[in-house]
Design a protein around this ligand. Sequence first.
Ligand SMILES: Cc1cc2nc3c(=O)[nH]c(=O)nc-3n(C[C@H](O)[C@H](O)[C@H](O)COP(=O)(O)OP(=O)(O)OC[C@H]3O[C@@H](n4cnc5c(N)ncnc54)[C@H](O)[C@@H]3O)c2cc1C
Length: 425
Amino acid sequence: MSASLALPMRGASAAEADVIIIGAGAAGLAAAHDLKAAGRRAIVLEARDRVGGRAFTDTSLGPAYDAGAMFIHWAERNPWVQIARDLGIATPGESWGGGFRVFADGRPMADADRQKRRGAFGQIDRRLETVDLTKRDLSVKDLLGDLGPDLAPIASSGLLLSIGEESDRISARDYQRLWSGDDLLVPSGYGHLVARHGAGLDIRLNQPASEIRWDGPGVAVTTPSGTLRANACIVTVPVGVLKAGAIRFTPELPARNRDALDGIGMGALTKIALKVEGDRFGITPGTSFLEAGSPSRLMNFDLFPEDKDLIVAYCGGDHARELSAAGPDAARDHLTELLTKMIGADIGKAITGISFPAWWTDPFSRGSYSVCLPGREAAREQLAEPIGGRLFIAGEATAGGGAMTVGGATLAGRAAAAAVARIKA
Ligand SMILES: Cc1cc2nc3c(=O)[nH]c(=O)nc-3n(C[C@H](O)[C@H](O)[C@H](O)COP(=O)(O)OP(=O)(O)OC[C@H]3O[C@@H](n4cnc5c(N)ncnc54)[C@H](O)[C@@H]3O)c2cc1C
C-alpha cells in the first residue's frame, strides 16, 4: 500500500491543499484520483487504519472473504470493471457452485411451503410494474399490503438480504430506480481491489475528522493531529456517520441538507464469518443454506465458499441490528444453534473462530448502506446539493440509481470532484 500513513500535520495554517476529502472509501478515492488528474492537490483523511471503507476483505480468520461489498453490480456500466482490468485483477461471473437448500427451523422446508415462498417472491417486481407510483410514493410494505399478513412478510423477506432493511422503511420509488445488470465477482477480494486503487494518493490514516468549519473563505478540518485548511471539502462518510453527528459542521449544515439526511436511513446487511475446520460434513463447497422458518429472521449461509474453511452467514434488518448489539459471542451461539439443527451437533466442535465486522455498530459506518424512507426518494439528490460553494457531500447515498454500491460511490465521488474542479483554482 503506497498510501502515506498518518503523516504528522501542522496546527492551524494557511491552505495546505486545494481539497480535503473525508473518507478513503470508493467515493473518496475516486474524487482524489480525478482531482489529482486535474492538477489539484487533494488530501484524503481516513478515520480507520485502512483504505476501502465498506469494501473490506477480511483475512482475520485466515482465508479471505469480503465482509462488505462482494459483487461488482450492473457490470455493464460499473467503473470497477475497468479499474480491475487496469490492475490485472480477474472479475469472473458468479458460478452457482454447490446448490441451494431452504430450511424451516432446521428442517428442509416442506414442498408446499417452498411453493408458497416462490409464489410470493415475484410480487414486489410485479407490483412495481402495475402500481402507479408517479403520484405518490409507498413503502414496499404498503406496496404489498393486500397480499395479506401470511404472504407479505415472505414476499418482502428477500429485501432483508439485499437492501438490509425492513419493508416499511424502504421507499418503493427509490427501490424501483436502483440499477440492475450483471454481477461479477472479485475472487482476490473486492476490498483488496478498492484498497489497491488507493495507491499513489495522499491518504492519511487514523485521522477521523471531528469538525468541519466552513464559515471562512475556505474550509478548516479538525483531526487528532491538528487542523487542516483547504479551499473545498468533499465529505464521503456514510450517512449513518453524518446522522450520528460524529462530525460537527460550523456553521451547521443548511436546512435542506439536514432535511435530506432525515429522509435517508441506513440498512443493516450483516455478514458473520465462522471458521470451520476438520470436516465438511458431506457438504459440497459453495452450497448455500437458507434458514427461512421465520421470514423476519432470515439467515443465509454460504458454506465453504471457494473451498475455504469458512461459513459466511448473512442477515439484515432488525434481526441483524439485534445480533450486532449482542456481539460476537452471542452471534456465534445463535449461528451454531441454527447450523446444529441443519447439519448436526458436530458442527459446533468444528467452529473454531468468528469474525463479525458489525457495520451497524461500527462508528465509521453506522449501517451497511443508505435506504430512502418512503416518500423521500428525492433525498439523495438533495443531500448532494453543494454547500456554500465549498462543501460537497458525496458517497454511495448520493448515487441515485447506483446507490448502495461501490460503483455508485465511485460515480458520486467523480461527480463531486468535477464540481470542485469547476471552482476557480
Ligand atoms: C455487508 C455489505 C455488503 C455489501 N455488498 C455490496 C456488493 O456486493 N456490491 C456493492 O457494490 N456494494 C456492496 N455494499 C455497499 C458498498 O460497500 C458501499 O456502497 C460502498 O463501499 C460505499 O463507499 P463510500 O465511499 O460511499 O463509503 P465508505 O466505503 O463507507 O467510505 C467512507 C469512509 O469514511 C471513513 N470515515 C467515517 N467517518 C470518518 C471521519 N469522521 N473522518 C474520516 N473518515 C471517516 C470510513 O472509515 C470509510 O473508510 C455492501 C456493503 C455492506 C456493508
